[in-house]
Design a protein around this ligand. Structure first.
Ligand SMILES: [Zn+2]
Length: 440
C-alpha cells in the first residue's frame, strides 16, 4: 500500500517557525524553514541568544527542527525545500540548509530575501535557489507541485498543492482574501479539485479576532480621508516589504493631492519587485507619477559603510530625489514613509508639528523598544498618531471558504496558537503535535 506521511516539525501549536515534511514513495520534501517568533513559554524568541552555536547544537536545543538530511552538516536526503513566502518565520533558517538541496520559491520571494540581506544585519545566503514560474507546476522527487498565488502581506506568496502516488496535500501558507489579490481565492476554487487528502491551513487570526479586517481598498479610502483632514505632513510607518500597503498609501496620496515620498529602502524594494511578474503597476519612481525618494540619515550612512554607493545613487542622482531640507516648504503636499531610527530626521524637519503619523502595522509591535521610542518621539514633536491597519491573514470567513472549497479528508491546523478552534469548520479535524508522524 502506498503511504504518504506528513510531519509538522513546528507550527501545530504556534505561529512562526513553520516547517513541514512530506514523505511519499521514499521521497521527502520540506515546506518552509522558518525562524520561531516565540519561545515554548510564549515569550518573544530572540535568535541573538544562540549566536555562535553550531547547527547540530541548535538542533540539540530544539531551535532548528530535527529534519534528517536537510542541513549542511548532514548527508543530504531531502529532494527539495519549498518556501511559501518571504517572511522570516517561513525562511529564516535557510542558511543551515545543505547546498545540494534545491530551494523552490517564487521570483518575488527570492528578490525580497536578497534585499533583506542587502539592507539588514540578517544575512541569508541563497545557495541553491530555484525560482518557479506561475502559473505552472514542477516536480521535486516523487512530488508534483502546483503553486497557487495567494494574497498576503508579502509580495508573491504561494500556497502549494502537492501530489504524490495518488495522494494530494494542500498547504495554505499565509494568505488572506481582503487584499488586492483576493481574487486568487476564486482561481483556487476554479482550478483546485475538492476532496484533498489533507489540508494544512494557517489559523493566525484565531485569538486575534479584534484585528481590523477591512479590505486594502477600504484602507486606502480611509487613508485618503486622513490625508485630506491634515493641514501638514502625513507620515506613514508600515513594513517596507508590504507592497499592497504601499499601493494603498500611493492611492491615498494621489487622491488627496500629495506626493508619495518613499525612503530609498522602500523605493528599492518596490523597484526590484517591479521587475518581477505581477509587479508592473507598483508605485516606484519612474513607473508611476507623483513619487519622490528621500534619504534617511542612518540608513544612508549604513549603505555608505557597506560600500553601496550604487544603491544610494539609484534614486539620489535623479529628479525623484527630495532632500529633507526641502520638506518644510511643501509638507502639506507630502506623504512620507518613515520608520524607527528615523526620529533623528524627524527632529530636523522644521515645522513638522501638526503632522499626522499613520501607524500601519500589527498593534502588537507598538510596545517593542525601538517602535515605542519612535512613537514617543513623534508625539513629543507634536505629531498626532493615527492607527490604520488591516491584517495580512485570512479571516475566519475566508478560512471557512477554503475548507469548503477543498473539502479535505483531513484538516490539519498549522501556524496557529489555537488549533482546537478548527473544530468549528465542519471538516474531519486531525490535530497533530510537533514532530508527530501522520500517515494516510
Ligand atoms: Zn507571512
Amino acid at each position: 500500500m502506498n503511504q504518504t506521511m506528513i510531519v509538522i516539525h513546528r507550527g501545530t501549536h504556534e505561529i512562526g517557525g513553520s516547517c513541514v515534511e512530506l514523505c511519499s514513495g521514499g521521497s521527502r520534501i520540506v515546506i518552509d524553514c522558518g525562524m520561531p517568533l516565540v519561545n515554548p513559554d510564549g515569550s518573544e524568541f530572540n535568535m541573538g541568544k544562540y549566536k555562535g552555536l553550531t547547527g547540530p547544537e541548535l538542533v540539540a536545543k530544539k531551535i532548528l527542527p530535527a529534519v534528517e538530511g536537510l542541513y549542511e552538516w548532514q548527508e543530504p536526503s531531502v529532494a527539495g525545500l519549498l518556501i511559501s513566502h518571504a517572511h522570516q518565520d517561513h525562511y529564516g533558517f535557510l542558511n543551515h540548509i545543505h547546498p545540494d538541496i534545491p530551494v523552490y520559491m517564487g521570483e518575488g520571494t527570492k528578490r525580497l530575501i536578497e534585499i533583506t540581506t542587502l539592507f539588514s544585519p540578517t544575512k541569508i545566503l541563497l545557495k541553491n535557489p530555484k525560482p518557479f514560474a506561475w502559473p505552472g507546476e514542477f516536480t521535486v522527487g516523487k512530488f508534483r507541485v502546483v503553486p497557487h498565488l495567494v494574497d498576503h502581506s508579502s509580495f508573491g506568496a504561494f500556497a502549494f498543492e502537492i501530489e504524490a502516488e495518488g495522494k494530494r496535500v494542500f498547504y495554505s501558507g499565509d494568505f488572506r482574501e481582503h487584499g488586492y489579490l483576493g481574487k486568487t481565492m476564486k482561481i483556487i476554487r476554479d482550478k483546485c479539485a475538492p476532496c484533498v487528502d489533507a489540508l494544512l491551513m494557517e489559523g493566525t487570526m484565531f485569538g486575534r479576532e479584534e484585528e481590523p479586517d477591512m479590505t486594502e481598498q477600504q484602507l486606502a479610502d480611509a487613508a485618503k480621508v486622513i490625508c485630506l483632514e491634515c493641514p501638514k505632513g502625513i507620515l506613514v510607518y508600515q513594513s517596507g516589504q508590504n507592497v499592497s500597503r504601499a499601493v494603498s498609501f500611493y492611492k491615498a496620496a494621489r487622491a488627496s493631492g500629495r506626493e508619495l515620498v518613499l525612503d530609498f529602502y522602500t523605493a528599492h524594494v518596490l523597484a526590484e519587485l517591479g521587475r518581477c511578474a505581477g509587479g508592473k503597476s507598483l508605485p516606484y519612481p519612474g513607473n508611476l507619477p507623483g513619487i519622490r525618494v528621500w534619504y534617511p540619515h542612518f540608513l544612508t550612512e549604513r549603505m555608505k559603510k557597506q560600500g553601496r554607493q550604487d544603491i544610494i545613487d539609484r534614486f539620489g542622482k535623479t529628479p525623484f530625489f527630495l532632500s529633507r531640507k526641502k520638506m518644510p516648504e511643501c509638507l502639506d503636499k507630502l506623504l512620507v514613509f518613515v520608520r524607527p531610527a528615523m526620529d533623528f530626521d524627524l527632529k530636523r524637519i522644521e515645522g513638522i508639528e501638526g503632522s499626522t503619523l499613520i501607524y500601519s502595522l500589527w498593534s502588537g509591535y507598538r510596545e517593542k523598544g525601538a517602535t515605542k521610542k519612535f512613537l514617543d518621539t513623534a508625539k513629543s514633536l507634536g505629531i498626532t498618531e493615527r492607527y490604520l491597519h488591516t491584517g495580512g491573514h485570512a479571516t475566519l470567513k475566508t478560512l471557512r471558504g477554503l475548507v469548503h472549497t477543498l473539502k479535505p479528508k483531513a484538516l490539519i491546523p498549522v501556524h496557529t496558537f489555537h488549533p482546537e478552534e478548527y473544530a468549528t469548520f465542519n471538516a474531519p479535524l486531525q490535530q497533530l503535535k510537533d514532530g508527530e508522524v501522520y500517515d494516510f
